[in-house]
Design a protein. Structure first.
Ligand code: SF4
Ligand code: SF4
Length: 343
């Protein structure tokens, strides 16, 4: 209704990439607001689901002017449409004691390596990266990101037994058993008679519950890194998906580690670009072609850690896996040719 509300006749949104970790200086925020008041409506949404700074309400004529000035103070354009989207990481390494890798560096390394994919939409559909420093997953990577990098550790949980005893003395054994011990999803915890804690680390699934409750006594192990989960998304054609574990553990410390991650991201994006149908998220592609085919396509070996609930599934066996995949493929091919013949 431009006759009634003239400003609404052109009301474009500019998506701008926020700083990794979403930290700003007040000086930078003031400059951003001044630019937006000069060229746009002054309305800002911090932050969209993918982390974007969304500057809402701009005329066609002012879009380029606003972007040029924002670019001068260090901002770049975010993603929209069938493209790599703006990414997000938790505050992690900067302030959080649970962080298992440098999320900010990882985020910047990955996104700076794929800016072309963000600025020139050429993918079948949107593709999102998200980076969480530990399995608490404060940026909702597992169910929001096509490619989630989530911190984890592969040695034992660090325990300060004196702090465990202090905690039990404060809250009592009943509370400790009711709220910590019995809430461990894999029954990996037990409380000794002297109020120290026993952890069966091989059974721990890194859910973070005990560490979150007893922050003084417990912390993630020392051999820290990250896992990669692919295929998470909110509802679209096939409903909501959580990401599947594709790389159970990788170190992210040296330049070489970061190069390896970038190469892997490139492989996955290339596979997505070549094999996904239009308007299909990668989780739906995996659902359509099968996880075994996806793993083969991106050159990743099958690993027992990829099984959703290995402890509760009596069917999770790795022997004869290759032959089973061949049999499954043969059955699929047979079914496909039968349906072709019927048509
Ligand atoms: S995801 Fe983990 S490391 Fe990141 S802010 Fe949350 S608790 Fe901290
Ligand atoms: S992190 Fe979770 S699974 Fe591991 S010991 Fe603690 S409560 Fe159990």
């Amino acid at each position: 209704m431009p006759d009634k509300f003239p400003e609404s006749s052109e009301f474009h949104t500019l998506r701008i990439i926020p700083p990794a970790g979403l930290h700003y200086s007040t000086d930078l925020l003031r400059k951003m607001c001044d630019i937006w008041e000069k060229h746009g409506s002054g309305l800002i949404a911090l932050h969209g689901q993918s982390g974007d700074i969304m500057l809402q309400g701009c005329s066609s004529e002012n879009v380029q002017k606003a972007f040029d000035e924002l670019n001068e103070i260090g901002f770049d354009l975010g993603g929209a449409g069938p493209a790599l989207r703006t990414s997000m990481n938790c505050v992690g390494h900067a302030r959080c004691e649970q962080s298992c890798y440098d999320e900010v560096r990882t985020h910047r390394t990955v996104i700076n390596g794929f800016l072309d994919e963000m600025h020139r939409p050429a993918l079948p559909y949107k593709f999102k990266f998200k980076f969480s420093g530990c399995p608490n997953d404060c940026v909702n990577a597992i169910h929001r990101a096509d490619f989630a990098v989530i911190g984890t550790w592969r040695d034992d949980i660090q325990v300060d037994q004196q702090e465990v005893q202090n905690y039990v003395a404060k809250v009592g054994r009943k509370y400790m058993i009711d709220v910590v011990i019995t809430h461990c999803p894999t029954r990996a915890l037990s409380l000794n008679d002297d109020d120290t804690l026993e952890i069966d680390n091989k059974s721990c699934v890194r859910c973070m519950h005990c560490i979150n409750v007893m922050t003084k006594a417990l912390s993630p192990g020392k051999d820290r890194g990250a896992m990669v989960l692919i295929g998470g998304k909110r509802s679209l054609k096939v409903g909501d998906f959580l990401g599947s574990v594709i790389v159970p553990f990788m170190k992210l410390e040296t330049d070489e580690d970061f190069e390896k991650l970038k190469d892997f991201c490139e492989t996955v994006i290339d596979f997505f670009a070549e094999n996904a149908l239009e308007h299909e998220r990668i989780g739906e592609t995996i659902d359509r072609i099968g996880l075994a085919n996806f793993l083969e396509g991106i050159g990743v070996e099958v690993d027992p850690n990829m099984v959703n609930h290995p402890r509760t599934s009596s069917y999770a066996r790795m022997d004869d896996w290759d032959q089973e995949v061949e049999k499954w493929r043969a059955r699929k091919a047979e079914a496909a040719s039968a349906s072709e013949a019927a048509e």
